[in-house]
Design a protein around this ligand. Structure first.
Ligand code: PLP
Length: 393
């Protein structure tokens, strides 16, 4: 008697569909292993990962240095409340504050991007005693109630209104609109340096500097959400470095800890130390995440990975440019944050790429987004681009 092989992947998909929360519908595919920019199914089929799990796996999957740091720390101490100091946490805070744009010299450590933005909003209220927030159309800042209030997309917001009061959205990239919106009641101006979920849209030259000037003039804090753009993705360690504009609060997440859940809201003397008890997180700054983040930061710096991201990004822009006028309206982005605005919906393109064993992302309905691990090999990146060109030609 022959026994039919059990399709375990299909069973996992069914379990996640039936017993997961339901807010993400899993694709009919399961990955069980990863290495560098490759993902593997249980039966060993190999896929190129041009998503890095939404930009999280910046150093690729199972990076040996991050893996070793996690294993070492797990053997020593995983959990320790911030009420007690810790070697891994102190080492990481030293390393992080050494590379933050001056004068940022403190960081609230948390567990995700949305928490970093929540912290940014609370820090702004504490520092300014104002509750007004100016954010941007197409901006995405997370899904907890504060961050969601700054997020623009109606579909994300509508079921959860009323959200925070005093939050307004203006056209991104429009300095005159900022000028009109920022008042004496504005506590925070929350901006992405390059809008990610909103379609991979870099800020126009001079826009961030003008935002800085207006915030200074009117006493608001400038909060940059670099959850997606931080830690080398756009060709510099932080995307704001390119324009030489330093925010009052810098929100970080995704690639910060090589795949381990972490976020951070960095700030400086303009805010100063937060009053004890004014904010907190049980898991925030746990030694395991700090060890992973430290290994990630050292690896990024030791191998000059941001520069690599810049070079691979330029290569992609050159290779993809001929799509403009054909399938694409525009090819945008910086470093390894690439957006291809299509003339058609992106969903069938993602499906066609998946058939060709490439995992990619959308950013809105008609933008194809590529956020590969920053360590993707040149030939792997060319293979991704070959398949994108093939599908779009
Ligand atoms: N901010 C930006 C710019 C993001 O791209 C995201 C996630 O995509 C977030 C905040 C929210 O991060 P998380 O999903 O870790 O809460």
């Amino acid at each position: 008697m022959t026994v039919a092989p059990i399709d375990r992947a299909a069973a996992w998909v069914a379990t996640e569909t039936d017993h997961g929360a339901g807010c993400v519908r899993p694709r009919p595919l399961a990955f069980v292993d990863g290495e560098g920019a490759r993902l593997y199914t249980e039966s060993g089929e190999e896929y190129l990962d041009a998503s890095a799990s939404y930009g999280v796996a910046s150093l690729g999957h199972a990076h040996p240095r991050v893996t070793a740091a996690i294993a070492d720390q797990a053997r020593r101490l995983v959990a320790l409340t911030p009420s007690y100091a810790n070697d891994a946490r102190a080492r990481y805070l030293d390393a992080l504050t050494a590379v933050l744009p001056a004068p940022l010299d403190r960081a609230f450590l948390c567990n995700s991007g949305t928490e970093a933005v929540e912290a940014g909003l609370k820090i702004s209220r504490l520092a300014t005693e104002r509750h007004g927030v100016v954010a941007c159309a197409r901006g995405f800042h997370g899904r907890t109630m504060g961050a969601l209030s700054a997020t623009a997309e109606r579909a994300h917001r509508a079921p959860f209104t009323p959200l925070l009061q005093g939050v307004g959205h203006v056209r991104y990239g429009d300095a005159a609109a900022l000028d009109e919106a920022i008042t004496e009641e504005t506590g925070a101006v929350v901006l992405e340096v390059i809008q990610g979920e909103g379609g991979v849209r870099p800020a126009p030259d001079g826009y961030l500097a003008e935002a800085r000037r207006l915030c200074d003039e009117r006493g608001a804090l400038l909060v940059f959400d670099e959850v997606q753009t931080g830690f080398g993705r756009t060709g510099t360690l932080f995307a704001c470095e390119r324009e030489g504009v330093v925010p009052d609060v810098l929100c970080l997440g995704k690639g910060i800890a090589g795949g381990v859940a972490m976020g951070a809201a960095a700030f400086g003397p303009r805010v100063g130390a937060l009053p004890p008890g004014s904010h907190g997180s049980t898991f925030g700054g746990n030694p395991l995440a700090c060890a992973a983040a430290h290994a990630t930061l050292e690896t990024l710096l030791d191998h000059d990975i941001p520069r690599r991201a810049a070079a691979l990004g330029e290569h992609a822009q050159e290779r993809l440019a001929p799509l403009v006028g054909g399938a694409a309206r525009e090819v945008r982005g910086r470093g390894l944050m690439v957006g291809i605005e299509l003339r058609t919906k992106v969903a069938p393109v993602l499906a066609a790429l998946l058939e060709r064993r490439v995992v990619a992302l959308s950013a809105g309905r008609n933008v194809l987004r590529l956020l590969p691990p920053l360590v993707i090999e040149e030939d792997e990146w060319d293979a991704v681009l070959d398949r994108v060109l093939e599908v779009l030609s």
